[in-house]
Design a protein around this ligand. Structure first.
Ligand code: UDP
Length: 239
């Protein structure tokens, strides 16, 4: 019987789409509660868990709705969307009995803590889940890059990228029936073949600091738990 989790500290990246579930926009209540249940099981293993949440279910700086807008302004709206998601997710986690703090890269002091690296680490050591909101706090970036950055800052062992697809494929599995899933793929392969995993900035950051990324489906029950037990799920991106 394996004792304890395979990792000490992990950074889980949840896209806005993951919270959307079957809906076309916003947050799906059943989906967020199911994810909260998976996170509760993960926390029960003793692993220290930090989350970066996206905002694509509400607003993206590059979305058609933002056309004609100043890009930086549109990106700030996108970052604020991630704060809403973070608050909703934190609320759901608390209802599942999980102790949680939200830290934002943009200051919204009445609502969330500002991002303070040492304080975030302290929360994790105390067994609290930390949800990082507002991405990196900078326009022209993504929450995937925020996930890589925060993972390195807090000394996470791995980035767990939760998606709707169960790993990295050689082509779009939604369009091609014969698409092949990689068990392991290198950072450079992802960059050179433009495999749709994370944006190039976030992958390059992970590559340069040798931070492994595991891409898996959050819709597959217990997949997070299996990863924490050291079992193979989805695709591992490494050097
Ligand atoms: N965003 C940004 N800087 C960041 C993170 C996010 O400007 O560091 C903005 C950007 O407009 C992005 C939006 O917030 O489109 C939502 O984030 P993202 O697209 O990464 O969300 P996800 O796809 O994970 O739901």
């Amino acid at each position: 019987m394996p004792s304890g989790p395979a990792y000490r500290r992990v950074l889980l990246k949840l896209s806005g789409e993951a919270l959307m579930g079957p809906d076309a926009y916003g947050i799906n209540r059943e989906t967020i509660e199911r994810i909260a249940g998976e996170i509760r099981a993960a926390v029960a293993t003793g692993v220290q868990l930090a989350l970066v949440v996206g905002g694509g279910n509400i607003f993206r700086g590059v979305a058609p709705a933002a056309q004609g807008m100043d890009r930086a302004s549109a990106d700030y709206v996108g970052m604020l969307a991630t704060v809403m998601n973070a608050l909703l997710l934190a609320d759901a986690l608390e209802r599942f009995g999980i102790r949680v703090r939200v830290q934002s890269a943009l200051r919204i002091d009445q609502v969330v803590e500002p991002y303070i690296r040492r304080r975030a680490i302290r929360h994790l050591e105390e067994g609290r889940v930390v949800v990082f909101a507002a991405g990196t706090g900078n326009p022209f970036f993504t929450t995937d890059t925020a996930a890589s950055l925060r993972a390195m800052e807090i000394g996470a062992d791995v980035v767990l990228k939760a998606t709707k697809v169960d790993g990295v494929y050689d082509r779009d599995p939604m369009k091609h029936k014969d698409a092949r899933r990689f068990e392991v793929v290198s950072y450079n392969q992802v960059l050179e073949q433009r495999l749709g995993v994370m944006d190039a900035t976030s992958i390059a950051l992970c590559r340069d600091h040798n931070l492994p990324v595991r891409v898996f489906s959050i819709n597959k029950p217990d997949s997070l738990l299996r990863i924490l037990r050291g079992e193979h799920e989805g695709t591992l991106v490494k050097g």
